[in-house]
Ligand binder design. Sequence first.
Ligand code: KG4
Ligand code: ZN
Length: 325
Amino acid sequence: MKVLGIETSCDETAAAVVEDGTRILSSQIASQVEIHARYGGIVPEVASRQHLLAIIPILQQAMAEAGVSWGDVDGIAVTIGPGLAGSLLVGVNMAKALALAHGIPITGVNHLEGHIYANWLINRRVNFPVVCLIVSGGHSDLVLMKGHGDYVVLGRTRDDAAGEAFDKAARILGLGYPGGPAIQEAARWGTASLKLPRAWLKGNSDFSFSGVKTALLRLVEGGKVSSGADGATSFQEAVIDVLVTKTVAVAKEHRVKQILLAGGVASNSLLRHWLVENSPIPVLVPEPVLCTDNAAMIAACGYYRFQAGKVDGLDLDVVPSLRLA
Ligand code: KG4
Ligand code: ZN
């Protein structure tokens, strides 16, 4: 079964064709990051207009790269949330127009579920039950998954998401936008010389990252940070220490077979490295380009939705504040 995936929830316009939920025939992404970098963050109005400009060329490129015509596409999967309403609407309307014009079934996908399904696009078998750590610009969730589409959220952030914390810390250190890659790069040259707090929130699996960010801000304001590289290294280690420790603990507690890493922050090399090194349970990590926003993961998730008979009607709508469970 060939599924066309469409993703426009934030600042990437993406389309991909995936076969049987695992084999990527094409994956095209138009990033708006340079446009938003001028403002130091995403401007929603600008984002939706850029999606409108990019969506048709990106779709045409994805179809051409896969070498398929509309008659070959068995299903369309599109992100319906969570995300920016004006951005989501562009992808959902496009998907509905294509479904109507070509008589193709359509399914609406939760963006976070999509991130998890990037793990089906790698050459490793997923063995349930698994614990997924989803760390993106908007979310930091620890999720127990016992089967396809079966999620129990065990923990989530009480304030900033991990990616959001990276973006804010980079701004504090004057490292630019987006913050995650900027901090990772600067951290190559630093040492973890700053004492930054870790919010362990003992007794549960929630996260909190606003304290470490504020502590960094106070040190910078107090003139205590002479090297941006040391600031980046110290911050990165503080955040990743907590993510890795809590993920391994929850995976052991629930006796899962594997740990799945997902979301934009999962492309961080230190997180990937530390998690693999510190976990007695096998860890699955998609390659970085499948961790950040893309449409192949949406198509993979869509495939399993179609397999479960989850087909939506043409009244499909966006749900900007959609949750996983
Ligand atoms: O999943 P994603 O592409 O979009 C959302 O769904 O939010 O995640 C974007 C987030 C941004 O906050 C970005 O700074 C962060 O992922 N990120 C990283 C890295 N690459 C992207 N954070 C840490 N290290 C990275 N290498
Ligand atoms: Zn995302």
